[in-house]
Design a protein around this ligand. Structure first.
Ligand code: HSE
Length: 405
């Protein structure tokens, strides 16, 4: 099997390395040798042995009948989408790690793959090296998936972990994460939740069998989380995590949400720290399951890409069924989604509890000794709209975070 790799960046060079280091093992599993024939990149790599495979013109790959699999690891929506579409139309299978591409064009690309009897696989696009899409597609097939909640972004989980354990503030940890290479120079996609949003859309499309448009997913990032919020969480033995969540709340009714959540000790995502990712899945027969591992990085991501390449090689001439259809998944309006809310307010609990409970009903009161001019409360489950209407009537709200405790 001869393959082409589009993009010789971190993941692309990782794919070449995994195929090289585990060559024999991979050949025995794929039942044939897998050889990288071309690497497409704008750059040249003089002195590197990859240089002999470098091409700058995609047409060379497209028109070479020997190439059975194209690995797209360039990132970004274009030209990746055009390259992938053309490869599928030419009867080549495609493997990608590109969540922006899959979230936006996954439905159309899967359809083309089906029509051409080839495969479009994207395990590495969510959770890096964690085999979560394969689990959803081929292991949990006896279940109706009812809920997914995941720590889907390593950068923000690293930052929040440091904020939690060191009491550091957001700007400080971001600067340090950028210095250490854990955060991009432009961290917007990570810290504003956009990366997690695409990943929960991909997971949900596979789990519920209908296309979830990421642009419809209400998304909040971590930029407003403060050391004081973390202090409350520590005081309560809880934690704050950026979660990508989606849930079936009726026969044909779903919600999806990306936001920081206060999570309790018994929540399996509570202690997932650092750059690790973890995905919690609830199935109607399975009950709870958790998938944990490296959500990013050169070799974990490349490992997932290569696993897909092996699957493509083993399934030549056969489209692997994916439950993701073109039918759209309708979401509840965010106003109708129910959550509990952790709310910080000014003043003293002894003086304000009755006013708060008149509005919100019975609440859990939380105080932190070092924050003497404020306290917090946690509501029962209410809709976003109910929360907003009640919050408008309460003076002195300093912040609110959704809670799963
Ligand atoms: N920026 C992403 C993260 C990379 O931090 O998780 C992996 O998709």
């Amino acid at each position: 099997m001869k393959i082409a790799v589009l993009g010789y960046g971190t993941v692309g060079s990782g794919v070449v390395e995994v195929l090289d280091v585990n060559q024999k093992l991979i050949a025995s599993r794929a039942k044939e040798e897998i050889e990288v024939k071309y690497v497409l990149d704008l750059r040249d790599f003089p002195g590197d042995k990859i240089q002999e495979k470098i091409v700058h013109d995609y047409e060379i790959i497209l028109n070479d009948p020997e190439i059975g699999i194209v690995v797209e690891v360039m990132g970004g929506v274009e030209p990746a989408n055009t390259f992938v579409r053309k490869a599928l139309e030419a009867g080549k299978s495609v493997v990608t790690s590109n969540k922006a591409l899959v979230a936006k064009h996954g439905s159309a690309l899967l359809k083309t793959a089906r029509e051409k009897n080839v495969n479009f696989l994207f395990e590495a696009s969510v959770g890096g090296g964690i085999p979560i899409l394969r689990a959803l597609g081929s292991s949990l097939t006896g279940d109706e998936i009812e809920e997914i909640a995941g720590i889907l972004n390593g950068t923000t989980n690293y930052m929040m972990t440091r904020m939690f354990y060191e009491g550091a503030n957001y700007e400080e940890v971001l600067r340090e994460a950028q210095k250490n290479g854990f955060a991009e120079a432009d961290p917007t996609a990570d810290v504003e939740g956009q990366d997690a949003c695409r990943k929960i859309a991909i997971l949900s499309s596979l789990a519920y069998g209908r296309f979830l448009d990421f642009e419809k997913v209400y998304t909040e990032g971590i930029t407003k989380i403060t050391p004081e919020d973390m202090e409350y969480a520590r005081e309560m033995g809880r934690n704050i995590k950026l979660l990508g969540t989606s849930k079936r709340v009726g026969e044909d009714s779903f919600y999806a949400l990306v936001a920081p959540f206060l999570v309790g000790k018994n929540n399996p995502l509570h202690s997932v720290n650092g750059v690790f990712n973890s995905i919690f899945v609830h199935g109607n027969m399975l009950g709870d399951a958790m998938f944990y591992g490296s959500g990013a990085g050169k070799l974990p991501t490349a490992s997932a890409v290569v696993a897909d390449v092996v699957d493509c090689a083993k399934n030549k001439g056969r489209n692997i069924m994916m439950s993701w259809s073109e039918e759209k998944l309708d979401l509840l309006q965010i106003d109708d989604v129910k959550s509990r809310f952790f709310v910080r307010v000014s003043g003293h609990a002894a003086e304000r509890q009755s006013e708060i409970e008149e509005l919100f009903g019975k609440v859990e009161i939380v105080a932190v000794p070092s924050l003497s001019e404020e306290f917090a409360f946690i509501t029962g489950e209410i809709t976003e709209q109910e929360y907003r209407e009640k919050a408008e009537k309460l003076d002195g709200i300093q912040s609110r975070i959704r809670a799963r405790i």
